[in-house]
Design a protein around this ligand. Structure first.
Ligand SMILES: [Zn+2]
Length: 362
């Protein structure tokens, strides 16, 4: 049960977020980004009582102009046209369905509504439980189960408000948010911090050497942890990098790309954390809103593909965000921690710190 004292939290959702479905059976990756994950998450939060004290809001539909805040007209047109046709491939692991455009615009609308509610002073925080996710969608390319980059569009929308000069985005999804990173790579007003699983044997995007370009140099912070990283490595990444980097940037608004696929029981991600870490993110973001004097935080669902663990994981985040003690939940099982993995991550965190230090203000 979340007992709110002073901070109100909005819970933004819409039943039509369950309609889009890509035409693939298991074990295809596309089948995991399913209506079931959304329905199971919402049902868990309803039955656990997590929503009782939250302000429940139905996501409004965004207009077709809103995704143009970050996307090319070609991307927006093709999402619309292939949704009309009802099928077709828009990018790698990004296929259309007859319900895609409606679900995607509602997710963008819900994310923008979260920003409006926080900036308008209606609530301190907002959690947007919608799908499809967004952080892989770049300026011109839908991919990785993502079409419109919900968080990026909402961050751009926030920056149109005179009260917002800077936005920080924290992305704790298992995967690197290449889309968000690309969209804001040269933007000095948006700080993007991603903690993700990285394959050091097959180098890809999301390396800590990617720090932003031009005026945006120093605002792109990647924390590429190794496969099967445990809770303690996430705790170090939060304490040693996320907190000081955000205190240095002093955002007016904090956004969270809240992906829950780093959970140890997730069928897509390969990390080894449970809802105790998701509670920690909630608590630390709550504290960061206070210490940086940001107006609040807006959380938008990204990944998280185990329908049985996504509910407790979000529940834990909301408890942390509400300032409540860490709940004891059914997914919290003590697991053996591999010291070599922790040591590797400590070295990586050290390298990230060395890389970004010249850009941190005291
Ligand atoms: Zn992911």
């Amino acid at each position: 049960m979340i007992a709110l004292v002073e901070d109100k939290i909005a819970f933004i959702s819409h039943p039509k977020a369950s309609m889009h479905r890509m035409p693939f059976p298991k074990p295809h990756l596309e089948s995991f980004e399913s209506p079931l994950r959304f329905q199971m998450a919402e049902r868990y939060l309803e039955t656990s009582g997590a929503l009782t004290e939250m302000v429940r809001v139905k996501a409004p539909r965004a207009s077709l102009k809103d995704p143009l805040l970050v996307h090319s007209p070609y991307l927006v047109d093709t999402v619309e046209l292939l949704s009309e046709i009802g099928s077709g491939q828009l990018g790698e692991s990004a296929y259309a369905s007859p319900d895609l455009l409606r679900a995607a615009l509602l997710t963008v609308g819900g994310s923008m509504k979260g920003v409006d509610m926080v900036l308008g002073g209606d609530v301190k925080h907002a959690f947007v439980l919608m799908r499809p996710p967004g952080h892989h969608a770049s300026t011109s390319n839908p991919m990785g189960l993502c079409y419109f980059n919900n968080v990026a569009i909402a961050a751009k929308h926030a920056l149109q408000n005179d009260a917002v000069q800077r936005v920080s985005i924290v992305d704790f999804d298992d995967h690197h948010g290449n889309g968000t990173s690309e969209i804001f790579y040269t933007n000095p007003n948006v700080q993007y911090i991603s903690i993700h699983e990285y394959d050091y044997e097959n180098f890809g995007l999301g390396h800590y050497a990617e720090i932003g370009h031009g005026g945006g140099k120093g605002t792109n912070i990647n924390i590429p942890l190794v496969e099967t990283s445990p809770d303690i490595s996430y705790e170090s990444a939060i304490n040693r990098i996320v907190i000081p980097a955000m205190k240095s940037f002093k955002p007016d608004l904090i956004m969270v790309s809240a992906g829950y696929d780093a959970h140890f029981a997730d069928p897509v991600g390969n990390m080894d954390i449970d809802s105790r870490t998701y509670w920690r993110f909630g608590r630390e973001i709550r504290e960061l809103v206070k210490t940086t004097a940001a107006k609040g935080s807006v959380w938008v669902l990204e990944g998280g593909y185990n329908p049985f663990t996504i509910g407790p994981s979000i529940h834990a985040s909301l408890e942390g965000l509400a300032g409540n003690a860490q709940p004891i939940l059914e997914d919290q099982i003590d697991r053996e921690v591999n010291k070599l993995i922790v040591e590797s991550n400590d070295e990586i965190i050290e390298k990230v710190l060395e890389t970004i230090k010249p850009f941190l203000k005291k």
